[in-house]
Design a binder for this molecule. Structure first.
Ligand code: GLU
Length: 493
């Protein structure tokens, strides 16, 4: 028995923005291909001209690259089964649809939409399931050919067997048997000459030698038709896995793109482009998405290599996956902590420069270890660390007043701290902490009062990375200047 090389694909329709559902539909086939040394393909299913959105394909490509889900064949890089965009494969579908007609497995249908509408109304009135009534099924084949050649508008429908049943298998759900009588003569080729998904995807998966089809569970009900089509051609069936649905963050109902506004309000989004803007890193996003439908422990922290190593298609799970943004935050923060100093420095630098700050590389490399533990998203570097790159800080005057003290007393504390620090040739943790602690002792104040005033004076904020390490990076001159400014502010209050 020959074992076929594994080939998987991500086959999105460019009909909107790339969201976490797309990302997951790309991630699992990617992991499977990489785990088994196979090939991962990007195919653009753009046959629905009404829903087509300009720019959506590029957004998908950018999203895949951002996540590191690099494909081996695709519309922008080519490959042995070009083209990888369905609208450029018209002739292939046309030929295949007519091949099925020749095999008596499909038929051209000339019914107008008015006629189909009337039939549907009638069926609904009689409490029947709406379906094609079979009028063109029995047309003489020469007659049908003649009408097509005369330029009459037509579609090609699958000739669903009236009798018998079909058994289909999903690797996550087992096999399901469906009576053929419950299935319709579904349209395979539309009147615009483009295929429906049912023909396009089956033809392409065969032609591109796809061995494993991993796709959304919305396709599960069409699976009997798909297997009928594949068998009508006499092709091998790939392994099918239908992924679980996503539930809204509150657990109530299926996630839809419309829920976006609420998420954005609290700094979250289901769209990849937004997530990047919101300061999420691909490592965190991937880890989070990986666990929504893959039966590994929910808190497993995995790098891409670990995911590739551990992945197997039968460990996917069909149970619905709740979207939990708190978990995303957890994974993002965790993966930020795993980044090297150089890497994290390169990723946060643009946030500072975008704010117009002048970022000294050497300073940045010292700042990163102080910030690393505090970042949930990359943009948090601004609220925690902008003061490192500013010439001056302008603390809110009331923040300079320590709890239990007034402005005059706070100014005295700042003045004393200034004297202690200016007596030191350089500012370092070892040099400055002991004399300041001694001052705390002798003054009868508490540490929070003294260090709090100092923190606000030097960093401009009440919450900051460790005070002495921060002061060391800011440097003696700047620290003293900032404390002096604070004393002035307090005196004026
Ligand atoms: N174009 C289909 C979609 O976006 C792809 C489904 C599949 O992976 O076969 O839903």
């Amino acid at each position: 028995m020959s074992i076929k090389p594994v080939r998987t694909r991500f086959a999105p329709s460019p009909t909107g923005r790339m969201h976490i559902g797309n990302a997951r539909s790309a991630l699992y086939p990617f992991l499977l291909a990489r785990h088994l040394g196979g090939t991962f393909i990007l195919r653009i299913e753009d046959t629905d001209q009404k829903r087509f959105e300009l720019g959506a394909e590029q957004e998908l490509i950018d999203g895949l690259h951002w996540l590191g889900l690099n494909y081996d064949e695709g519309p922008d890089i080519g490959g042995p089964h070009e083209p990888y965009r369905q609208t450029e494969r018209r002739a292939i579908y046309h030929e295949h649809a007519w091949k099925l007609v020749e095999l008596d497995k499909a038929f051209p249908c000339f019914c107008t939409s008015e006629r189909l509408g009337t039939v549907r109304q009638e069926q609904l009135k009689n409490k029947q399931n709406p379906r094609y009534d079979g009028l063109c099924r029995t047309l003489d084949s020469d007659e049908a050919r003649r009408r097509v050649n005369d330029g009459e508008k037509y579609v090609i429908r699958f000739k669903m067997p009236k009798e018998g049943s079909i058994t289909t298998a999903d690797i996550l759900r087992g096999s399901i048997t469906t009576e053929n009588s419950a299935l319709d003569d579904t349209v395979l080729l539309k009147s615009d000459g483009l295929p429906t998904y049912h023909l396009g995807a089956m033809v392409d998966d065969h032609e591109m030698q796809i061995t494993h089809v991993i796709r959304g569970s919305e396709w599960l009900p069409s699976m009997p038709l798909h297997i009928h089509v594949i068998r009508a051609f006499g092709w091998d069936e790939p392994v099918f896995a239908h992924l679980s649905v996503f539930l809204k963050p509150n657990g109530k109902g299926k996630m839809s793109k419309r829920d976006r506004a609420d998420d954005m309000k609290d700094g979250h989004s289901i769209f990849l482009g937004d997530m990047k803007e919101l300061g999420y890193i691909p490592e965190g996003v991937l880890n989070w998405i990986a666990l929504m439908g893959w039966g590994v422990a929910e808190d497993d922290v995995m790098t891409m290599n670990q995911m590739i190593e551990r992945f197997s298609i039968d460990s996917l799970t069909p149970s619905p996956a709740a979207i939990n943004f708190q978990k995303l935050d957890h994974f993002n923060a965790t993966h930020i902590r795993l980044l090297t100093t150089d890497d994290l420095a390169a990723r946060i630098k643009p946030y500072f420069t975008r704010e117009g700050l002048n970022v000294d590389e050497e300073v940045l490399l010292k700042v990163v270890p102080l910030l690393r533990e505090r970042l949930v998203t990359l943009d948090d570097c601004l609220s925690f660390g902008s003061f490192f790159f500013k010439d001056n800080v302008t603390p809110a005057p009331e923040d300079l007043i320590a709890k239990g003290l007034d402005a005059v007393q706070s100014a005295q504390v700042a003045q004393r701290a200034y004297e202690i620090l200016s007596a030191q040739p350089t500012i370092s943790h070892e040099r400055c902490e002991p004399p300041l602690r001694a001052y705390v002792e002798e003054s009868g104040l508490n540490v929070n009062q003294v260090f709090g005033i100092l923190r606000v004076a030097v960093t401009g904020q009440k919450v900051s990375p460790p005070l002495f390490e921060s002061m060391e990076i800011i440097g003696r001159e700047k620290c003293l200047l900032r404390i002096k400014n604070a004393i002035e502010v307090l005196k004026k209050m």
